[in-house]
Design a protein around this ligand. Structure first.
Ligand code: ARG
Length: 594
């Protein structure tokens, strides 16, 4: 059982507090907010002063005296008005890091009670191509899923396709206008429907916007589309068959696009999968008196005492009897509850959907669709903005498609890669290899550019900045990793060094690197608890900086002392391994060379 580093050094200080006759809990150590003075600190003497009626500095002095022989610290100082400034001992740090390197996940241990978590993310809608608005929910959800898994939980990712609403009716209507002779529209037809879809993905991508445009301008058309939606939901055979085609064609394309983003789902379920549960759910809601008629629609009052703003009731069935976004989300909660029994369901979408989720969660609780213990959590992501601060648009003002954004950033990385080869005077890599590297690094640039921001904040999409090889970027991390890989390759070519004791770290960069490493398990825990991929990013950036400072000041392969060199090589393998696990939590990987 490996403790977190801060916990482990806290125990030392807590024991010293207890030894001096004070409450041990005062001995909690934190990372110092004055790194110029010391790297760790304890403020317990300040907190204890009142309780014990003593001056803080007196308590601090007593505790410091008790810690003089501690192996954990090379220096313990009581400073006015009563802080304890702590410096970790080099040998102690090295032995902690060594222990980490001998565990499977660098000190991250399985929780006593792993949770079963469903993550609902991605937000894709059938018949519509993925666009800029889908980038964040996909990237963030994928990362949170991976972080939670690394932290030891069981996680099921579900794309929850938008496949049951008005857009389906719109596409069916437009197909009916164009090809009324298709057998799907013949209500008397009783035979089998063709296995092959009567349209391609390219057709769909043109048909849907056309239909949705017509709905806005033509009331007759809109009514038709509404009717088609209702008929589809009520089970009209030909429409169901057509809808299956729409679903298949679309999902094939979505899988390809999510795949190239390194995003994959365990479940490809959709709103439609909740459909069979809807009639019973609605009947129950009515029977128990939760759902009442209001202007023809069925609504559930979800307001609560103490609400600062009045929340509109949750519409669970529209007046024409069709279901809406709320209905399918509610029935999906019921499905998940029955089939998966999760401890927790996390939803990730644009923060503008917050009201929807507040309504759905409250309604689900009120109507008893989930156990009390099932946590429902909404994570609303911020918007991706353009350089002018407004929503990010294409040059002609349209909504940028995800495929093209990925392609653009790949092309950019390829250009950079070629420039770097030239400036280093290297032989150009073959086109295919270079493309492959550009693809991997582009994904890192894109994902890191996104995830390094707090997820609820907006950020500006800036390809130049994301792809830069210096600074807080994905490519910078990958360069650092490529540097380590190159050293390890050279070492292997020269016969290979066996793992060895890390040895006593030198003061400065070497020790700083060890300190960074020790915070790994703590970081994973906070990133999981706080749903904060940006913490993984901050950890990586610090680690890469610390590694590079160490590298610039240290002879590694040319170190004449064999034991020392072996310690360095072992450390490098550890840094690389930790970086690899960390970037995997962000959802990207590193190329062999850059
Ligand atoms: N398809 C939805 C949209 O485009 C997002 C789905 C989010 N998940 C959910 N369970 N509602 O807005």
């Amino acid at each position: 059982m490996m403790k977190k580093f801060l916990e482990q050094i806290s125990e030392e200080v807590m024991a010293a507090f207890a030894q001096a006759g004070y409450d041990a809990a005062l001995g909690r150590v934190s990372v110092s907010n004055r790194p110029d003075l010391c790297k760790y600190q304890c403020n317990g003497a300040m907190a204890g002063a009142k309780k014990y009626g003593k001056k803080p500095i007196d308590i601090a002095n007593e505790v410091a005296a008790g810690l003089q022989n501690s192996k954990a610290f090379s220096s313990v100082e009581a400073v006015m008005p009563g802080f304890l400034n702590l410096k970790a001992d080099g040998a102690y740090l090295a032995s902690y890091v060594e222990e980490m390197l001998h565990t499977e996940k660098y000190g991250v241990e399985a929780p006593a009670q792993p949770k079963k978590i469903v993550i609902d993310y991605g937000g894709a809608n059938v018949a519509k191509p993925l666009h800029v608005g889908h980038l964040r929910p996909a990237i963030i959800g994928e990362s949170i899923k991976r972080i939670a898994r690394y932290a030891g939980h069981e996680v099921i990712g579900d794309v929850h396709l938008g496949d049951w609403g008005m857009p389906m009716g719109q596409v069916i209507t437009e197909l009916g206008e164009r090809y009324p002779e298709l057998v799907y529209f013949d209500e008397d037809y009783e035979g089998e429907y063709p296995a092959e879809a009567p349209f391609t993905i390219a057709d769909l991508e043109e048909i849907y916007p056309t239909a949705s445009g017509k709905c806005k301008n033509d009331e007759e058309y809109r009514k038709k589309a509404l009717k088609a939606t209702l008929e589809l939901q009520q089970g009209r055979r030909g429409y169901r068959a057509l809808w299956k085609h729409i679903l298949n064609v679309s999902v094939t394309d979505l899988k390809k696009n999510y795949g190239s983003l390194g995003v994959d789902f365990d479940l490809w379920m959709g709103e439609s999968d909740a459909d069979p549960l809807i009639p019973d759910m609605i009947a129950q809601m009515k029977e128990k008196g939760y759902a009442v008629l209001s202007e023809g629609a069925l609504v559930v009052d979800i307001s609560r005492e103490g609400d600062k703003k009045e929340l509109p009731p949750c519409i669970v069935q529209k007046s024409d009897g069709s279901s809406n976004y709320e209905t399918t989300d509610l029935a999906t909660i019921q499905w998940r509850e029955r089939e998966l029994k999760p401890d927790h369901i996390i939803y990730i979408t644009d923060k503008r959907q917050e009201l929807h989720f507040t309504q759905v969660f409250r309604c689900a609780r009120k109507c008893g669709l989930v156990r009390e213990s099932t946590e429902l959590e909404f994570l609303g992501n911020g918007t991706i903005n353009g350089p002018d601060g407004g929503p990010f648009k294409t040059r002609d003002g349209g909504v940028p498609r995800l495929e093209f954004m990925v392609k653009e950033i790949e092309d950019h990385m390829l250009k950079r890669l070629r420039e770097n080869e030239k400036s280093r005077g290297e032989e150009p890599q073959p086109e295919e290899t270079a493309r492959q590297t550009a693809r991997i690094t582009a994904l890192a640039a894109l994902k890191y550019g996104d995830l390094s921001n707090q997820l609820s904040k907006d950020y500006i999409y800036d390809v130049e900045r994301f792809t830069a090889s210096e600074g807080d970027t994905g490519p910078y991390l990958l360069y650092t990793m490529a540097r380590i890989k190159s050293i390890l390759r050279k070492d292997a070519e020269a016969g290979g060094t066996k793992d060895a004791a890390l040895g006593l770290p030198e003061e400065g960069a070497h020790k700083a690197l060890l300190r960074s490493i020790t915070s790994f398990s703590q970081m994973v825990e906070s990133a999981y608890q706080e749903r904060a991929p940006h913490k993984v990013c901050a950890f990586l950036y610090q680690l890469a900086n610390d590694f590079n400072s160490f590298y610039h000041g240290t002879k590694i392969l040319t170190e004449p002392d064999e034991a020392k060199k072996a310690g360095y090589i072992t450390l490098l393998r550890g840094v690389l391994g930790i970086m690899e696990d960390s970037i995997a939590m962000l959802g990207f990987e590193a190329p062999e060379r850059m």
